[in-house]
Design a protein around this ligand. Structure first.
Ligand code: SAM
Length: 232
């Protein structure tokens, strides 16, 4: 009898302990949104990401200045794409710093590594990550930079928690994404983005961050928000 009670107690305790895992997100929040990045035509995406007329490209120098990157910093460019910002950050953090170019797409990461080598940018490290984790060493990053990528996260809470783990205790996070305003934003944005700034900020704060700054008017169609890591 005593043994049976002990077994029941054990089951109850384990159920309670694994509860958070059981309620964790199992299915993609936005299935198919990253299909085109599974085997991307890199040349085509260079033409799309690194060309006049793209909001963040047109304002890239103002964006980089606003990041206020320090020499020696370790920066994670999450969803680095074709490496537009990775390459701009590299000289700013210098030889003592490091840029992790993180992406789910192996082809993009390989392209960034190849161009970095060709350009002699020795402080760039490519990281092929998974849909739910950035796969970076814990406590290693000063600044995580997420540009036009948060709305592509299929497991936003898991990815954000992995970024939280990767950041140093005083680490920061910059989020850039499109304004999504019903009745104002173009149909493409309304369809492509599952939510706007308010929801994304709430989700990020839930993952253990606090918004400390917004640079208004930096870009035409996108917002720039800075967060600090808080204890979870
Ligand atoms: C619109 S592109 C932005 C590229 C780059 N940040 C820029 O602004 O030029 C989105 C990128 O996010 C990547 N991506 C999607 N989901 C991701 C995830 N969970 N973790 C890391 N990268 C992801 C895609 O492969 C793609 O390269």
């Amino acid at each position: 009898m005593k043994q049976r009670f002990a077994n029941l107690l054990l089951v109850a305790i384990s159920c309670h302990l694994i509860m958070p895992v059981a309620v964790a997100q199992k299915k993609s929040i936005n299935p198919g949104i990253n299909r085109s990045y599974e085997n991307p035509d890199v040349k085509k995406y260079i033409g799309r990401f690194e060309q006049e007329g793209r909001d963040v490209y047109d304002h890239r120098h103002a964006v980089v200045k606003a990041c206020n990157m320090k020499p020696g910093a370790t920066v994670a460019d999450i969803g680095a794409g074709t490496g537009l910002f990775t390459r701009m950050f590299s000289p700013l953090v210098g030889a003592q710093g490091r840029i992790y170019a993180v992406d789910i797409s192996e082809k993009f990461v390989k392209h960034i590594e190849k161009t970095a080598e060709k350009d002699g940018l020795t402080n760039i490290t490519g990281v092929i990550c998974s849909q739910d984790s950035v796969r970076l060493p814990p406590g290693s990053v000063d600044l995580a930079f997420i540009c036009d990528t948060y709305h592509h996260f299929e497991f936003p809470q898991k990815t954000m928690r992995s970024i939280h783990r990767a950041l140093k205790p005083v680490g920061q996070l910059i989020l850039i994404d499109f304004h999504r305003i019903e009745g104002v934003s173009p149909a493409w944005t309304l369809k492509h983005l599952r939510a706007g700034q308010k929801v994304f900020v709430q989700e990020i704060e839930k993952a253990g961050f606090r918004q400390v700054e917004e640079k208004k008017g930096l870009m035409k169609h996108s917002y720039f928000v800075r967060f600090v890591k808080v204890k979870k």
